[in-house]
Design a protein. Structure first.
Length: 744
């Protein structure tokens, strides 16, 4: 049951804390003889201001009772005593206690009317000349405008944290801008989406068929298609259908606005494979750039001044390594081609092949950069090659631009990465944006080696980069398909390849690393997962390290989805305690000690690498899929600290909590690029387009030492037989082919 809001009026006694970054403020309000600690997000608040606040009292475990403010109204003082206090507080620069006293002595309770409408009369006050009087008038009018803007935005149910952002962005023009076109907020204020802007538009009287509304809805549908399903474009007929369903306007009106947006260069519309498609501009230009740069790099093949076969054989003999024919071929192609793709499933020797490539290149004095899309994948690459591997973001040198939703890198075309070869592992995870920035920072005389499993799920972000590069048939691809003897002893590896080929698994087989537990209902599956995750697997692996045991599930919702499983696992693994601070956010209650995952790229989040209480490095950027643990929650200043891999500590404001999910259970899609000692995989039911071979294969290949599947055998067999994948609209392969044909 919702608490009824309480209203309190008084004056701001003093500011205890204020964050310039997001406006979060702790202050004391004097109401009668009482002082009350208040907290909230405010665009601007000053000491001695008269205000009225609404909200509720909450109890902080350390700091006691506080008043959590949800809305605030500033009031001009009316008594002579309060007017003098207000002016003497320093709110108007240049007016101190003495001048404030003189002003009020002359003008009394008419002081503010004089300042606003007859400011030249202020020259009657000793110490105020005509120029200073004009300055006082301007500051006072600016403060009034700011107060009126805040009141107006609050009337539209805009929360204080966004009021601060909007006022900072639009200044005195805020009200006018909102009244004309509130949909601008979706492009210019991070965190305000179409649906929020649409609610604001309804309150200010924007017509349902307004071109502003229709155009914003069209862009929203394109962005949602990219964010939710990884599409870089949508067929025009699907875009029209999605937009009409979203805002209930005529198809003709949507078509007309699409054409207007095309003319005004707000979107890109073209014919691909006999179908009219529509792009957000950024993805259109990224696809074009990637296609062009790929073909340019591909021309960087050269004849070597040594015989690669002889050198490779000598290296293999010296290091007592045996390669299969395709591995040998992959080494040769990698050394001499501008771009080479090495793909293959688990146990096919990708790592060994890579070691040989790196060993030979190092022997000839070439400089090599190793990288991967995620921190966990980079760590795994470092361990397998005995060389430093970085995340792609770190290699490119990410910078903070001041916008959490934008990325900027130190290395680009003007200052490319200094390397003879760049080797990228887990290349199936690379989305269009990351590939674009990687290629911008790749010099034309640098060779690129992409290693990955094309049969895994595509990237979480937009695009289908690895698959499109392969299907373009313009780049050298070597597929490793032989399972090596040692890997063949693993049922995880053998069964993964069976799944990929569509072969039926023997779920009754006894194995050291692969188990199937038949359970016929979701409650039994949940009970088994909890038992295995909390007790049996930690005992078997002799570890309580939560980073080594991961529950993977096909979806977020349903009883076996991440949301429900996380709540259940949290209760067992990290239950409530009087010694642990916690805070409810949306679907979850976050608690100190919880395992969490970042669920969106935030290029502006600062991290500090801390060892033995000493900061040894710092930087910006926390990325979709990064996992860590909550080490501190401080309700007084509304912040929590999360420790990620490599001892990276990140401070989150509470208003950023929607960027985190509990991670005791994660979706299979979010597990890409990661490897765990043990995985637990519930397989029960779900939509056919999701429950397919590709998903099951990706899940199983995340396990290193142990994979346990719990559920229904018939669902597993149905997934193996289901080759259908969710279609991902991308045209990089088409663009590479078309551009190559054009240049011939």
């Amino acid at each position: 049951m919702m608490k009824e809001k309480i209203e309190i009026s008084g004056s701001v006694k003093n500011i205890v804390f204020r964050s310039e970054q997001n406006g979060y403020t702790v202050f004391k309000i004097q109401t009668g003889k009482h002082e009350i600690i208040c907290t909230g997000y405010f665009a601007q608040i000053n000491e001695n201001e008269n205000i009225s606040v609404s909200g509720n009292f909450v109890v902080h475990p350390t700091y006691g009772e506080q008043f959590k403010v949800t809305s605030i109204e500033k009031k001009i003082p009316v008594t002579e005593n309060n007017i003098e206090k207000y002016l003497s507080s320093g709110i108007i620069k240049g007016i101190g206690p003495k001048i404030a006293q003189r002003i009020v002595k002359i003008f009394g309770d008419k002081t503010f009317d004089v300042i606003e409408n007859d400011y030249e009369s202020l020259t009657k006050v000793r110490g105020i000349n005509k120029k200073f009087a004009a300055v006082i008038n301007k500051i006072f009018l600016d403060m009034n405008r700011s107060r009126n803007i805040m009141i107006y935005l609050q009337s539209l149910d805009i929360t204080p944290v966004y009021i601060a952002k909007i006022q900072k962005r639009y200044g005195d023009d805020t009200i006018n801008m909102i009244k004309i076109n509130p949909y601008r907020l979706t492009d210019e204020i991070w965190g305000i989406g179409f649906k929020k802007a649409d609610m604001i538009a309804e309150k200010v009287g924007i017509e349902k068929d307004s071109p502003f509304r229709i155009k914003s809805a069209i862009k929203f549908c394109l962005k949602q298609a990219a964010d939710t399903n990884g599409h870089t474009y949508l067929p025009e007929n699907i875009l029209i259908e999605n937009t009409a369903e979203l805002i209930n306007v005529s198809v003709d009106a949507i078509k007309e606005n699409i054409l207007q947006m095309q003319v005004n260069n707000l979107i890109k519309r073209e014919n691909i494979k006999n179908e009219t498609v529509v792009y957000i501009n950024i993805y259109y230009y990224m696809e074009q750039y990637i296609a062009k740069k790929i073909l340019m790099l591909n021309q960087n093949s050269e004849k070597l001044n040594f015989s690669p076969d002889a050198v490779i054989n000598k290296f293999l003999i010296h290091n007592k390594i045996e390669l299969a024919d395709n591995q040998f071929k992959a080494v040769v192609e990698s050394i001499q081609n501008g771009i080479t793709i090495i793909t293959g499933g688990p146990g096919t020797g990708k790592t060994t092949t890579l070691k040989v490539v790196i060993g030979i290149l190092k022997a000839f004095g070439f400089y090599i950069e190793l990288c991967a899309p995620t921190g966990r994948a980079a760590k795994k690459m470092s361990e397998s090659t005995n060389m430093e591997a970085k995340t792609i973001h770190r290699m490119l040198g990410i910078n903070f631009t001041g916008d959490d939703d934008m990325q900027k890198f130190e290395h680009d075309e003007e200052d490319p990465v200094k390397a003879d070869y760049i080797v990228v592992d887990e290349a199936s995870m690379i989305d269009i944006s990351l590939m674009y920035n990687l290629l911008k920072a790749t010099a034309l005389d640098t060779k690129l080696i992409l290693v990955g499993d094309v049969d895994q799920l595509p990237s979480v972000g937009a695009g289908n980069i690895l698959k499109d590069l392969i299907t373009s048939e313009k780049i050298k691809v070597v597929r490793l398909d032989k399972i090596f003897r040692q890997a063949g002893k693993s049922s995880i590896v053998v069964n993964a390849h069976k799944i990929n080929k569509g072969e039926k698994l023997d779920l009754t087989e006894q194995s050291n690393d692969f188990f199937f537990i038949h359970k016929a209902d979701s409650n039994s599956i949940i009970k088994t997962i909890v038992d295995m995750a909390v007790d049996r697997i930690p005992k078997r692996l002799q570890t309580n390290d939560l980073t080594e045991i991961q529950v993977l599930t096909p979806m977020k919702k349903t009883e076996l989805g991440t949301i429900n499983l996380n709540k259940i696992l949290q209760e067992k693994i990290n239950p409530p305690s009087m010694f642990k601070n916690e805070r409810a956010f949306g679907l979850y209650t976050f608690r100190e000690g919880d395992k969490v995952m970042q669920i969106k790229n935030n290029y502006g989040l600062e991290w500090k690498c801390i060892e033995n209480s000493i900061c040894i490095a710092n930087g910006f950027g926390v990325f979709n899929g990064d996992m860590g643990f909550i080490v501190n929650i401080d309700k007084l200043i509304s912040k929590m600290i999360v420790k990620f891999d490599e001892n990276k500590y990140v401070e989150y404001d509470f208003n950023q909590a929607d960027e985190l999910d509990l991670a005791y259970a994660i979706t299979i899609h979010k597990s890409q690029g990661s490897e765990y000692k043990a995985i637990l995989l519930p397989i029960f039911n779900g939509p056919p387009m999701l429950m397919n071979r590709n998903l099951l294969y990706t899940a199983l290949t995340r396990a290193k030492d142990l994979a346990v599947i719990i559920g229904l055998p018939q669902t597993i067999f149905a997934m193996i037989g289901n080759k259908k994948k969710l279609e991902r609209y991308s045209a990089l392969d088409y663009r590479i082919q078309a551009l190559d044909d054009l240049t011939k």
